[in-house]
Ligand binder design. Structure first.
Ligand code: UD1
Ligand code: CA
Length: 490
C-alpha cells in the first residue's frame, strides 16, 4: 500500500463540550483524542497535516510535545472555523505553499480524518484504505440505531438526484444497496425529510484523489442550516461530476464513534477501557476488578503482572513480569521492572524503577526519579529528579529532591533535602552506606560521605566526610522547672 498524505481536522470549537480545553485535547485513557488519531494514522501516512484553530496554541504545543517538531511544523491554522470543507481547503493551500507547488502530484491520495474519533486504529484504517484505494472518493460509514447528529448517507437509484427529490418523501435505500448520492447533515436532513430516517451515517473518515479534491472543494457553498462549508457536500458534487464514489462499511461501528459531548467521551473511554483490559488479560496479565482498571493503549504490561483495581496506568508506561500493583495507584509514563511490589495509593510520573523494589503505600515519584534494584520507598515519601542506589531505604515521611543517593543508604523518618534557595535548585549527594538519622535536613548543595552517620534532628549545611559522625543540633539542656503562677512564699 502506497503511503498517503493525511489531514486531521482539529480546529473546531466543540460547542457541545462546554470546557475551556479544546475538544481535540480532551483525554481518553489519559491520552488526548488528537493523539489517539495521530497514532492511528502515523504508520500509514507519508506526512500528516493537522488543521488547528480553536485553542490553536494549546493544540500545536501538545502536538509538538507528543510528536515532535515536524508534526508541529505541519500544523495548519484555520483562522475562522467556517466548516470542515473550509478546513480541508486551508490544509491544501498550506501543503502547496510548503511544497512550493500549484497542485499536488497526480495520483496523490489524501486521507481526511476528524480528530474527534479517538477509537479508530491503524488496522481499521488500513482495511479501509485497501478497499478505497482505486476509488476517487470513498468514506467510511456505520449503521446506528440512533443516527443522532451524524451526517446521513443517502442511497437511491443510480440515476436519482437527492436535490430534485420531492421534500418529505423517503425513497432511500439501506446500507449496501442502491447508489450513494451524497451525505446530508443531520440538521438539514431533519428539516428536509422530517418524517424519514436513515441509519447509515458518515464516520468522518475519507480517502480522496487529490485532483478531485482540488477541483470540487472550491465549489462547496454555505447554503445549509449551519451556514458552514460542509466537506460532506463534496460527495453529491462528485456524483454530479460522474466520479465513482463509495461508502465503505467495515462492521465494527464502535471504533468509529464520534465524540461531541461529555456522554460521547465517556462511552468512547468505556469502550477503549474494556478493550484494553480484555487484551491484557488474554495475554496473561492478572487483573482484579478490571472494570476499574484504566490502561492506556500506549502502555506495555507483561504477562504475569498482577493489577488490582481501581488503578490508572497511562502514557508509555512499562510494567514487567511478576510485579504487583495494588489498588488506587496512578502510574504515568513510568518504567517498572520485574518483581516489584507497588502498594496502594502510589502516584508515579516519568520515573524508572529497577527490579524487586517495594514501594508505598502512599509514595510519590515525580519526574526523573530513578530507583535501582531492591530499593524500598515507604509511606508519604516524595522523590523528585533523584537517583537512589541499590538496596537503599527511604521508609517514612521524607522529601528527596535533586539528589544522588548511593547504595545501601538508610534515610530515617522525616528527612528532607532542602534543594531550593528561592531561586535555584541545588544537589544533595549521599554516599554509599550512609545512615541519616530521623528528622534531619540537608541544605543543598551538600555532600554526605560514604558510611557517614548523621545524628537525628540535624540540620546539615556543610559537607560530611566519609566514615564520620555529624551532629548539627542544639545540645540538650536540663534546667530547673519553673511553674508559672506558683507563689514561692507559700
Ligand atoms: C461531522 C460530519 C458528519 C459526520 C460526523 C462524524 C461534516 C460537515 N459533518 O459532523 O457528516 O457524521 O462528523 O463524526 O463534516 N473542524 C475543523 N474546522 C471547522 C469545523 C470542524 O477543523 O471549521 C473539525 C472539528 O474539530 C472536528 C471535525 O472537524 O474534529 C468534525 O467537526 P464536527 O463539528 O465535530 O462535525 P460533526 O457535526 O460531528
Ligand atoms: Ca464530531
Amino acid at each position: 500500500m502506497s503511503k498517503i498524505s493525511t489531514i486531521i481536522l482539529a480546529a473546531g470549537k466543540g460547542t457541545r463540550m462546554p470546557s475551556s480545553r479544546p475538544k481535540a485535547l480532551q483525554t481518553v485513557l489519559g491520552e488526548a483524542m488528537i493523539s489517539h488519531v495521530y497514532h492511528a494514522v502515523k504508520q500509514l501516512s507519508a506526512n500528516i497535516w493537522t488543521v488547528i484553530g480553536h485553542g490553536a496554541d494549546e493544540v500545536s504545543a501538545h502536538i509538538n510535545k507528543a510528536f515532535g517538531e515536524k508534526a508541529f511544523e505541519h500544523c495548519v491554522l484555520q483562522d475562522k472555523q467556517l466548516g470542515t470543507g473550509h478546513a480541508v481547503q486551508c490544509a491544501l493551500q498550506k501543503i502547496n505553499e510548503i511544497l512550493n507547488i500549484k497542485n499536488l502530484p497526480q495520483g496523490t491520495k489524501i486521507l481526511v480524518v476528524n480528530a474527534d474519533t479517538p477509537l479508530i486504529n491503524e488496522d481499521i484504517l488500513r482495511e479501509f484504505i485497501e478497499k478505497a484505494n482505486n476509488i476517487p472518493l470513498a468514506f467510511m460509514s456505520l449503521t446506528l440505531e440512533d443516527p443522532a447528529a451524524y451526517g446521513r448517507v443517502v442511497r437511491m437509484d443510480f440515476d436519482a438526484n437527492v436535490n430534485s427529490m420531492p421534500l418529505g418523501s423517503c425513497n432511500f435505500y439501506d446500507a449496501n444497496t442502491g447508489s450513494v448520492q451524497g451525505i446530508i447533515e443531520a440538521k438539514d436532513f431533519k428539516k428536509k425529510f422530517p418524517d424519514c430516517e436513515i441509519h447509515e451515517v458518515n464516520a468522518g473518515i475519507y480517502l480522496f484523489d487529490s485532483e478531485l479534491l482540488e477541483k470540487l472543494l472550491p465549489q462547496i457553498s454555505t447554503a445549509n442550516e449551519s451556514g458552514e462549508y460542509y466537506l460532506t457536500d463534496i460527495i453529491a458534487l462528485a456524483k454530479e461530476n460522474s466520479y465513482k464514489i463509495e461508502a465503505i462499511s467495515l462492521g465494527s461501528s464502535s471504533l468509529l464513534l464520534g465524540v461531541n459531548n461529555p456522554l460521547d467521551l465517556h462511552l468512547a473511554e468505556k469502550f477503549m477501557q474494556e478493550e484494553e483490559t480484555k487484551k491484557h488479560m488474554k495475554a496473561g496479565v492478572i487483573i482484579h476488578a478490571p472494570e476499574s482498571v484504566r490502561i492506556s493503549p500506549l502502555a506495555t504490561i507483561k504477562p504475569g503482572v498482577e493489577l488490582f483495581g481501581p488503578c490508572e496506568i497511562y502514557g508509555q508506561s512499562y510494567i514487567d513480569k511478576d510485579t504487583i500493583i495494588e489498588s488506587h495507584c496512578y502510574i504515568n509514563n513510568t518504567h517498572i521492572s520485574e518483581a516489584c511490589t507497588i502498594r496502594s495509593f502510589c502516584h508515579f510520573e516519568d520515573a524508572i524503577i529497577a527490579n524487586s523494589a517495594l514501594i508505598g503505600p502512599y509514595a510519590r515519584l515525580r519526574p526523573k526519579t530513578v530507583l535501582a534494584d531492591n530499593v524500598r520507598i515507604g509511606n508519604f515519601v516524595e522523590i523528585k529528579k533523584s537517583t537512589v542506589g541499590k538496596g537503599s531505604k527511604i521508609n517514612h515521611l521524607s522529601y528527596i529532591g535533586d539528589s544522588l543517593v548511593g547504595s545501601d543508604v538508610n534515610i530515617g523518618a522525616g528527612c528532607i533535602t532542602c534543594n531550593y534557595d528561592g531561586k535555584n535548585k541545588h544537589q544533595t549527594i549521599i554516599g554509599d552506606n550512609a545512615f541519616l538519622g530521623s528528622d534531619s535536613s540537608f541544605v543543598a548543595p551538600v555532600k554526605i560521605g560514604k558510611n557517614a552517620l548523621i545524628g537525628a534532628g540535624s540540620v546539615i549545611t556543610h559537607d560530611v566526610p566519609d566514615d564520620s559522625l555529624a551532629i548539627a543540633r542544639q545540645k540538650q539542656s536540663i534546667l530547673k522547672k519553673v511553674v508559672i503562677g506558683s507563689d514561692s512564699k507559700k
